[in-house]
Design a protein around this ligand. Structure first.
Ligand SMILES: Nc1ncnc2c1ncn2[C@@H]1O[C@H](COP(=O)(O)OP(=O)(O)O)[C@@H](O)[C@H]1O
Ligand SMILES: [Mg+2]
Length: 227
């Protein structure tokens, strides 16, 4: 674990007088694709927010060994208030990461083509479909050339078809950009097939950490994860 690119050591978090995470140990190597799965309220979002430094641990530590992180939060749609076009949002994400205006335009064109959203360049973010919004947010993360990409429940805003396409996209982004991906979901059925490693969080602790196949060979796995 020491020396891992992303790590939580003996991590505990109390929020509002409640223990949300307790004694979590997790190490992720550069370039891994990890799915973090667990029922609602098991502490997944709290764990990724700790890793990103948004929430302070009550005990232990949580770090990502780079400042180049891309984070797609669970609840961006609830925040609303995006009066800008998709193109403007992606551009300003690049500018805020310190890129020059000319460089941003070239990168934006490439990324929008890669994500197949070139056609929404001049469309207002609020008018986009769920899938287009999700990809615009992904493009805002990718333009900063992140070393780690954290996707928190990207299934929540998408219909099954759009989500299936988004899973493929997450996989190709991982391979093409050689970035570490932490993919968070509460649904076993929403798990990317490409994920080599699954971490199951239950009641604020790690219940399973390993390959997907042995986990799903277990008897009563659903009851064990969600029960
Ligand atoms: N700011 C907070 N204050 C109090 N409790 C919180 C706060 N944030 C999260 N929690 C609680 O912590 C638990 C885990 O939340 P969360 O990390 O969002 O779970 P998940 O992402 O797995 O659904 C939940 O019971 C939630 O109500
Ligand atoms: Mg969550």
């Amino acid at each position: 674990m020491t020396g891992d690119f992303v790590r939580a050591e003996n991590l505990s978090v109390n929020l509002g007088g409640k223990t949300v995470l307790s004694g979590v140990n997790l190490g992720i190597k550069h370039g891994e694709f990890v799915t973090l799965i667990g029922p609602n309220g098991s502490g997944k979002t709290t764990l990724v927010k700790c890793l990103l430094g948004f929430i302070k641990p009550s005990a232990g530590s949580a770090v990502i060994n780079t400042r180049r992180t891309g984070y797609i939060p669970q609840s961006y749609t609830e925040k609303g208030g995006f009066p800008a076009t998709a193109g403007e949002l992606i551009k300003s994400a690049g500018i805020s990461a310190g890129m020059k205006s000319s460089g941003v335009i070239i990168s934006r064109e490439k990324i929008m083509a890669e994500l197949k959203i070139s056609s929404v360049l001049n469309k207002c973010f609020s008018d986009l479909s769920g899938g287009e919004k999700q990809k615009t947010i992904l493009a805002m993360a990718l333009i900063k050339k992140p070393e780690v990409l954290i996707l928190d429940e990207p299934n929540l805003n998408l219909d099954p078809h759009a989500y299936a396409k988004f899973l493929k996209l997450a996989d190709s982004v991982h391979k093409k950009h050689k970035i570490t991906v932490i993919f968070v979901t509460h649904m076993v059925s929403a798990m990317p097939v490409s994920s080599a490693r699954v971490v199951v969080l239950k009641k604020g602790g790690i219940y399973y950490d390993g390959k997907a196949a042995p986990l799903f060979r277990k008897k009563n796995v659903m009851e064990e994860i969600y029960g």
